[in-house]
Design a binder for this molecule. Structure first.
Ligand code: PPS
Length: 318
């Protein structure tokens, strides 16, 4: 199937794109298939991603943005690398565990002749993009929904971990991420209004979450949540290790819990994107968003959640 897209023509999408100081000047598109809102540049790469060769021994991580991806990457990388804490602290997580569609975020640099992509883009191409010839288990993260992910995922069936997070917290975290990294100049409520209207990159939120929810009982899929990780990290470590066919002792679980605590990851440049952005690790709380958005927006979010969850049987984080 070929991937295409159409310009997203919505006043809130125009407002959002104008609110970015140094990104998304070309506006947003809605993809077909998938109905995903992405920066227009994504279409230059979408087919290559959809045709990306998958291997049986890959481990994939899929999430909606700001749902605990980095936290899970660090856990999975350590489980797959004999708990090599030393290397984990020396090398940025994005180099160890590349991001499939990273070139979208480095596209402007990448398409200029002779220009070098950003750190994530180089890592993505060097490792995730190196195709079937490269040796060893590949760890690959993506924020794309099933319809846009490499189609071989559904026939080759490697292990896939999905991490869900409450939409209010993910959306609020995404707002601060966009302000910090992409120079967004809107208020939180203005951004959330765009989010609820599916005008923000990587929305609709529900496409990602509900489609993976339906797949959660497949033997090659593990469904985790940010909220579970906050509540009982040890249990998520054990569950994830079992899924990856790795044995961990209780002492190792304790070491992992220590390494993966919010304060350790915040103080660790390899997980806090040290030298690239300030304060990637922002707050690390469950429910913190309700204190930040207005009561009206909180109310609108509740209604929006009810409307989308009704009839789906969804019991993930809300
Ligand atoms: S991204 O950019 O999509 O890859 O972001 P992602 O890693 O998915 O999510 C970032 C949020 O996860 C929080 N985080 C943690 N919380 C608790 N404990 C640990 N160890 C941890 N690691 C990352 C991070 O702070 C972001 O959430 P907010 O709410 O913004 O603090």
């Amino acid at each position: 199937m070929s991937v295409s897209g159409e310009r997203l023509r919505h006043p809130l999408a125009e407002r959002l794109s104008a609110g970015f100081e140094h990104r998304y000047g070309d506006g947003f598109v809605v993809t077909r298939p998938g109905g995903l809102v992405m920066p227009a540049e994504f279409l230059l790469d979408a087919q290559r991603i959809h045709d990306f060769p998958v291997r049986q021994d890959d481990v994939w991580l899929a999430t909606f943005p700001k749902s605990g991806t980095t936290w899970t990457q660090e856990l999975v990388w350590l489980l797959m690398n004999d708990l090599d804490f030393e290397t984990a602290k020396e090398m940025c997580v994005t180099k160890r565990f590349p991001y499939l569609e990273s070139r979208v975020y480095c596209w402007r640099q990448a398409r200029e002749p002779g220009a070098r992509g950003g750190q994530a883009g180089r890592a993505g191409h060097h490792q995730a993009g190196s195709g079937p010839a490269a040796a060893g288990t590949r760890l690959i993260k993506s924020r794309l929904p099933p319809a846009l992910l490499p189609r071989q995922l559904w026939t080759v069936k490697p292990k896939i971990i999905y991490v869900a997070r409450s939409p209010k917290d993910a959306a609020t975290s995404f707002y601060y991420h966009n302000c910090l990294i992409h120079g967004l100049k809107l208020s939180l409520d203005e951004f959330l209004e765009c989010f609820l209207a599916d005008c923000v990159q990587f929305t609709p939120y529900w496409t990602s979450v509900l489609e993976f929810w339906k797949l959660r009982n497949e033997p090659n899929i593990l469904w985790n949540t940010y909220e579970e990780m906050k509540q009982d990290l040890g249990a998520v470590i054990r569950k994830t290790a079992a899924f990856l066919d790795k044995e961990v002792t209780e002492e190792q679980v304790r070491q992992l819990e220590q390494h993966l605590s919010f304060s350790s990851m915040r103080d660790n440049p390899a997980t806090n994107y040290g030298g690239v952005v300030e304060a990637f690790m922002r707050e690390g709380q469950v429910g913190g968003s309700r204190r930040r958005m207005s009561p009206e927006m909180d109310h609108r979010f509740d209604q929006w959640i009810r409307d989308h969850v009704r009839g789906t049987g969804y019991s993930g984080p809300l």
